[in-house]
Ligand binder design. Sequence first.
Ligand code: HEM
Length: 530
Amino acid sequence: EYVWPDEQIDELERLLFEQDSPFDPPGGNIASFVSGCTGFAGGPGGSGGRSFGAEWLRNAYHDMSTADVTAGTGGLDASIVFEMDRPENVGQAFSESLSFLGAAYTTRSSMSDMFAMGAVMAVGQCSNGNIIIPFRAGRVDATGPGPSGVPQPQEDLATHTATFAKQGFNVSEMITLVACGHTIGGVHGVDFPEIVPNPPNTGTDNTVTFDATTNDFDNSVAKQFVANVSQNPLAFGQNETTRSDFRIFNADGGKVISQMAESENYFLSTCNALLERMINTVPRSVKLTDILHPYTVKPRNLFITPNADGTVFATGFIRIINTTVDATKSQVLIHPTSRSGKLLPVTTGIRNNRLTASCSYPNCGPDFIYYQFNTTISAKDGISSFTVEIVDDASGKTIVYENGGSGFPFSDAIQPVFSLSNQSVITVDKVDYTQLNITALVLNAEDFSDVSLIVPQPLNTTAPLSPWIQDKVKMKPLNKIPGTEYTLYSGTWQGKVPTNTHPFDIVATGQKSTVSSLFNTWDNVPQIFN
Ligand code: HEM
């Protein structure tokens, strides 16, 4: 069980398991772009005959393709974003993957982790949950292009065998991996006129799909190949030179592809295993985490607002896996602990019927229920953490979630006060700027020499992928709240429109200690429209 918070896990866990969430705008659900695995006729950036699911899978393979497992270099490292103009990377799959998956790129979710997750979601969605590739986090993004090395259809079998061997896959694995890739999507004549020369279906980028069930991650590609009734342009296309699938599927005399054709289960299980290996092929220096699983109990939006009467209002949401809690029969109790470790009065979590979350396709994870709590605490006591108790009213059984023993941290040492904060767009000399105006509560301000508002920004705004820099604004003390040890600070961060609204941090540093409130989403900051 995880201990919350965990900077390496939390954001990726949310993206992977909480795709449909009441807290995220609809566009925040990246899995929705591969929903149903169908082509996106009118979708943004898409045109008929294209499927984002197929593009995300191809994107992950091409990114991984430059791996040299003997040297321990390359692999899934997002270097593809610097390699899009190469002949081996023809087509809009890569720029579209970057724009859709890149929307989730943060200091806590590398682009390469997003590319891997895109493949997981594509295959999960397209197989209708028959393949759930386990996801590990921790991929590290390249800062420039890697060597060439993506296989191309006009190359001969010996070249392909050598290329796959360099990537760590033997001949049977090469056959499997190609069949697993070429079960969705197809060849687009607009990009490969030498393979699909005669527009067969104008208006769909002249696409010829690999098999008759292009929206299903299934073994049709193998079945049709073995039965000799395949439309796969890389197997039976008019151009013999580019029949790479034909040469590869026959590389072992047709053994593996026949096995895949005979058994859908075999097809699915070998694809699962090899695609997992594919997305976990990373430079030797990179250490991936264990397989991600959902938190049983995960807090969200823990806020503190000071009152005028020497108290603070503490509120938050608790996400609970729905098999752990019975919506009608369970009670969820929050046990807050004061700053000094004293137990404060218990408060009951309230379930809101609208606040449920889940992922988007079968088998990808559990459903969640959100409970909200709020409590008023004397500013003298303050708050440091809480535990969550789930009581089954029917049986009287109780489980306490202690987050590894110390409770879930919820500290009033430093907190943004959203009711006193805002965001807006201002125009200076005809240039638009986004302003983030944050007021924060700081306990025992005399302990700190610096209080800063930090909004990570790309180091290089014109590069397709850039590391982050910590764009820092010093916050100024406003006033001490009477009858408390809290001081309000305020700071304004400005960014040129279009602004990168990366989650922001508030950090107070002093000789004795550093306290922080990290990764706060702009969604909680009220907007002012000028
Ligand atoms: C010798 C190896 C391979 C060659 C020569 C090859 C070649 C191609 C070509 C020419 C296309 C058409 C792209 C387009 O028109 O947009 C394509 C599509 C595709 N490839 Fe491969 N491929 C190989 C291996 C793989 C592997 C190992 C995977 C993944 C496991 C994969 C996944 C895909 C997918 C999903 C598409 C469909 C893309 C779409 O519809 O937008 N390919 N491949």
